[in-house]
Design a protein around this ligand. Structure first.
Ligand code: PBG
Length: 336
């Protein structure tokens, strides 16, 4: 039998474990917390359906029809959720994303319905063209010999029109996710010219071209038909460029900046918050959701513990706001 090690000659004075001895003391010294107030619930509303349709790659997430979206939002508010992020799936797509800025487009109608039922809920709209373009790119696209060119400046006026139409429908916050250069300024000018000085801009400032968006493109039916998004979304290897992107969006008067995805880009989140101290959001994207759901369904991970650990990592890294498909579950878990 090996002998147990003898106690140290000098008694240990410093024992970090003292503060870990029980849940009560641990909770007293805990540095970070997740609050339901920090959460943004993404919702999909589709013009093509009359009953909710489950998204296969995102168990628990649905596309909702217009006729029930206000009730879904009201239920979320009743559960304590204070903000939603709305994505639309139009009946028809074209080469000019007409549905994105139509007065009676799917998002515009959904916003009006939600605001009528639950005026206090903060309604954020995703401003992008990909769901509305027949080719699925986030701006006006030219196809030349199998090569796609997404035109920057030509896309700005469509994005600005989209944001104004969302504000006119009652959106509190518009969230451009297209990654065209200069879109925040274009949107700010257009909003102000239309009398929407109070409308907040939350820009997807550091949005990376990511494989983690895969399941979302099923949910939003927005996968590009040809090519990829690497000529406008950021290269995952670039942290300094992310800081430049955020600085530009701040100059262009973004009110809230976002880092996206979340988990693989925690370092970016940290640097953005440290450097700029802006209200900072993180998007816990569809792929982050799908992988934990799949593991949990197999019994390989405890969903609640894993999700809460991930949420704490976002807060620790500097996130003020977290967009997550788990928002309703988290609100429920935090009540207990
Ligand atoms: C639209 C948009 C995307 C996401 C949010 N807005 C997809 C993309 O850029 O391809 C991804 C969200 C998620 O994966 O949960 N441009």
């Amino acid at each position: 039998m090996p002998r147990p090690p003898s106690p140290p000659k000098h008694p240990l004075l410093k024992r970090p474990r003292r503060l870990r001895s029980g849940e009560a003391i641990r909770s007293l010294v805990r540095e970070t917390a997740v609050r339901t107030d920090d959460l943004i619930l993404p919702l999909f509303v589709s013009e093509k359906i009359t009953a909710p349709v489950p998204v296969a790659s995102m168990p628990g997430v649905f596309q909702h029809p217009l006729k029930t979206i206000a009730a879904v939002a009201a239920e979320a508010a009743a559960a304590g959720i204070r903000s939603i992020l709305l994505f639309g799936i139009p009946a028809k797509k074209d080469e000019r994303a007409t549905g994105a800025y139509a007065k009676n487009g799917i998002v515009q109608r959904a916003v009006r319905a939600i605001k009528k039922t639950t005026p206090a809920l903060v309604v954020i709209t995703d401003v992008c063209l990909c769901e509305y373009m027949s080719h699925g790119h986030c701006g006006i696209a030219h196809f030349e010999e199998g090569h796609v060119r997404v035109l920057n400046d030509e896309s700005l006026s469509l994005l600005a029109k989209t944001a104004v139409s969302h504000a006119a429908a009652g959106a509190d916050v518009v969230a451009p996710s297209d990654m065209m250069d200069g879109r925040v300024a274009a949107i700010r000018h257009a909003l102000d010219d239309a009398g929407f000085q109070e409308t907040i801009i939350m820009s997807y400032a550091a949005k990376f071209a990511s494989a983690f968006y895969g399941p979302f493109r099923d949910a939003a039916e927005s996968a590009p038909q040809a090519g990829d998004r690497k000529s406008y979304q950021m290269d995952g290897a670039n942290a300094l460029e992310a800081l430049r992107e955020v600085a530009l969006d701040m100059e262009e008067s973004a009110d809230i900046v976002m880092v996206k995805p979340g988990l693989p880009y925690l370092d970016i989140l940290w640097r953005v918050k440290e450097k700029f101290g802006m209200p900072t959001a993180v998007y816990n994207v569809s792929g982050e959701y799908a992988m934990i759901k799949a593991a949990a369904q197999n019994g390989w991970l405890n969903e609640r513990d894993t999700v809460m650990e991930m949420m704490i990592s976002f807060k620790r890294a500097g996130a003020d706001l977290i967009a997550t498909y788990w928002a309703l579950d988290i609100a429920r878990w935090l009540k207990k």
